[in-house]
Design a protein around this ligand. Structure first.
Ligand code: NAI
Ligand code: MG
Length: 351
């Protein structure tokens, strides 16, 4: 049996951090099945050369030849570019990777880090404003731009089920199981109202039978949630949110643990999983071998964990945590002087 892993570095530091993820997986040796890495193309740079950001070959390969995948990061311009659309947003939809699961944990006691952060952001990954249904018209008052924000009961229910499952099963210090539903129903009572109600109703669904009785449920408006996240991050365990709020909250949570370069994620569906660091392509530091590879490395661990390779995932995570805790081999985002490749070597040595 071979584990075939699609590798899509895409743009910018994606090319520098994804080799770290690969090296960490390879370092596991025979404790996971034999691995085969399938290099796949996508991204803005690829678009500027070819006119397409996500070639059909890449989608086909992921669907037909790969058991899982790792994605680096893509550089999406802020201006509208004719014919371009973000390949990661498209991949999440095409592969129906409806959940973006982003654990944020403090492991050291560095000056950049808040202690006691141990939470997971569970972000809906297919709808909300990311349906990208935007129009601009000339109205009586000049240009008028509109965006559709789609919230469905189906997507809210399955992300809610995923969040409850994670809250129930995740080992957490102190053993408390707590789910916070993030919304803005005071203003968007129809869309966020549907999200909130649907997630709240998960424990009452047929077949659940009290399974989630040990999970306490709270809810919070997204703005005050960010405020409380900074003041008292320890109150959060699992946070479930519509797509855009989840995106913003997870970058904010990354600040609590010292760097975006530390926070991993998986894009998960019922039949496929794709690891992906939470950060973007970081054009400000790309090409210098100074990007922190630990988010990508931890994303590889999350991907393996999702596939059931718990031991391999543990070994990668332990090695990454040790490197952070020891504090001797860190990239500049964490105040160190080490290169990307040196951090990768250090993690590999410990695995
Ligand atoms: P970013 O996440 O790329 O960078 C934000 C800041 O964090 C920068 O100062 C960067 O240097 C730093 N940073 C990020 N990852 C780091 C790492 N591994 N090590 C050290 N420092 C790190 O966000 P930004 O600058 O807003 O966006 C840049 C590009 O990335 C944009 O084109 C955006 O569209 C794209 N992007 C792509 C994402 C994806 O592929 N899923 C997610 C977020 C942004
Ligand atoms: Mg983001």
């Amino acid at each position: 049996q071979t584990l075939r892993i699609g590798m899509i570095p895409a743009d910018g530091i994606g090319h520098e951090v994804l080799p770290g993820a690969k090296a960490a997986i390879q370092a596991l040796g025979s404790s996971i099945p034999k691995t085969e890495f399938v290099d796949l193309l996508a991204g803005f740079e690829y678009f500027t050369r070819t006119g397409t950001a996500l070639p059909e070959d890449t989608v086909q390969a992921l669907q037909n030849d790969c058991d899982c995948a790792m994605f680096g990061a893509v550089s999406s311009p802020s201006r509208k570019v004719a014919g371009y659309s973000s390949p990661i947003v498209a991949l999440r939809k095409k592969l129906d990777l409806y959940a973006n699961v982003r654990p944020v944990t403090s492991v050291a006691s560095s000056p950049n880090e808040k202690p006691d952060v141990d939470l997971v952001v569970v972000r809906e990954n297919t709808e909300c404003l990311y349906v990208k249904d935007e129009t601009q018209i000339i109205g009586p008052n000049g240009k008028e731009a509109r965006a559709i924000r789609l919230i469905t009961q189906r997507a809210s229910r399955r992300i809610g089920e995923m969040a409850f499952k994670i809250a129930l099963n995740r080992p957490r210090k102190g053993g408390f199981k707590h789910l916070t539903i993030i919304h803005k129903s005071n203003v968007l009572s129809v869309t966020d109202g549907l999200f909130r109600e649907t997630v709240r109703a998960v424990p009452t669904l047929p077949g659940v039978d009290g399974k989630y009785d040990s999970v306490t449920v709270a809810e919070q408006l997204v703005d005050s949630a960010v405020y409380r996240l900074f003041r008292e991050p320890h109150i959060y365990d699992v946070m479930v949110a519509p797509n855009l709020y989840g995106d913003i909250i997870s970058d904010a949570a990354a600040a609590l643990v010292g760097s975006l370069g530390l926070v991993p994620s998986v894009n998960a569906g019922d039949t496929f999983v794709m690891g992906e660091p939470v950060h973007g392509s970081a054009p400000d530091i790309a090409g210098q071998n100074i990007a922190n590879p630990l988010a990508a490395i931890r994303s590889a661990a999350l991907m393996l964990r999702h596939l059931g390779y718990t031991d391999g995932a543990d070994r990668i995570e332990r090695a990454a945590d040790e490197v952070i805790r020891e504090g001797k081999c860190l990239t500049p985002d964490l105040g160190g002087k080490s290169k990307t490749t040196e951090v990768v070597d250090e993690v590999v040595r410990r695995i």
